[in-house]
Design a protein around this ligand. Sequence first.
Ligand SMILES: Cc1cc2nc3c(=O)[nH]c(=O)nc-3n(C[C@H](O)[C@H](O)[C@H](O)COP(=O)(O)O)c2cc1C
Length: 334
Amino acid sequence: MRGVNASPAIPADRVRLSVAPMMDWTDSHCRAFHRVLAPHARLYSEMVHANAVIHGDRARLLAMDPSEHPVALQLGGSEPALLAQAARIGAEAGFDEINLNCGCPSDRVQAGRFGACLMREPALVAESVAAMIAACPVPVTVKCRLGVDDDHEWERFVHFIDTIAAAGCRSFIVHARNAWLQGLSPKENREVPPLRYDWAYRLKRERPALQVVVNGGIADAAEASAHLAHVDGAMLGRAAYHTPYLLHELDVAWFGGALRSRAELLRAYRPYVEAQLARGVFLKHITRHLLGLFAGQPGGRAFRQVLSEGAHRPGAGWALVEQALALTERAQAA
Ligand SMILES: Cc1cc2nc3c(=O)[nH]c(=O)nc-3n(C[C@H](O)[C@H](O)[C@H](O)COP(=O)(O)O)c2cc1C
């Protein structure tokens, strides 16, 4: 590593639990909610293209509440100079980490030559990462797949990782399946290519100095905990979004503290919601992230229904959330 400007390390207990970057889902309101549930989790933004960070509406794209820390900005792109500039802007905006997306398989992304197709361009990713590390003081990390299409050789995968690690990146999030660039939608690409956690485990075994976080298909607390025997952390995406109480259970199980009820956590989020409403944010933009809080619980459907139906009405405020909660609590008592 001599001569290489290494990215700062992330403390081990800060990578154990994380919530995946998810477009249209992990906006600032969602992250602030997840923070209430999981005080120790690392949170990730939606992917923002480097060009958008540089030329776009930064106030909107980089919106972040101080309660969210530690929170990472995920960038898309493949031009080292632009990524470096965007990384600097992200760090100046207060993000604690800049993550480079090397895993997204959508057509739009492939046309722009970023996301998962970068798995076949390790030298370009290394150059990008080196430029980002030189441009900003916070950790620069990479989220990738195991390969694209029919790439199934371990050597190719580990060459990708080694090339980027040699550029100074110490921390990798591995969505443990291939991306198929032809014929699958992004949604299918999160479900169809088989999961192979053993490659993430092997990476950690063979490159113990690197931080390896495993992602993909982690559905419950037992599965998430099992990964910790092999890698540094578990990143949850859809399960965290659809059943957010799981985040709270994991945070308590892995970091300690007392388990709080769903209602208690929801009320702890109230000051954030009221501050946003006072700024003119519509309730529906916030409550859409809360719908899964009572998933699988008595009254869970009523909670969802009251919020879905009422939150778009003019003047909808915290009272609606209390109304949904009251119905749910009544169902639970019965
Ligand atoms: C709605 C949605 C949007 C996503 N957007 C992104 C994104 O912006 N950047 C990214 O790296 N991955 C994105 N992903 C992939 C997730 O980060 C994660 O890798 C994937 O869902 C697998 O994890 P899971 O099985 O725990 O959901 C997205 C996934 C979903 C469901």
